[in-house]
Design a protein. Sequence first.
Length: 117
Amino acid sequence: QLQAYGGGLVQPGGSLRLSCAASGSIISINAMGWYRQAPGNQRELVAAIISGGSTNYADSVKGRFSISRDNAKKTWYLEMNSLRPEDTAVYYCNALILTSIGIRNSWGQGTLVTVSS
């Protein structure tokens, strides 16, 4: 189970930090990521981090967003800086979780980020 936190309303140029916490019967989390979906658009990958620590970002957020993790807390974060109105979307956390019965592709419930003056 994934629980996302941290969305809200922010002015252009502002910052927000999203968190996602995993719970349940977890052996390991092989990959963690954030996706977003704006009205009328498809869900898109924003940032991801794999077990080895490599990261991947959408071109539109490179240099502004940063993904990080705390393995001990089974939590990962998305630090969003220099936010733009086009960053407005519902943000979903996602993870590939190894459980006793196999790998599960899990999604959080989504948290709304609104960038507006």
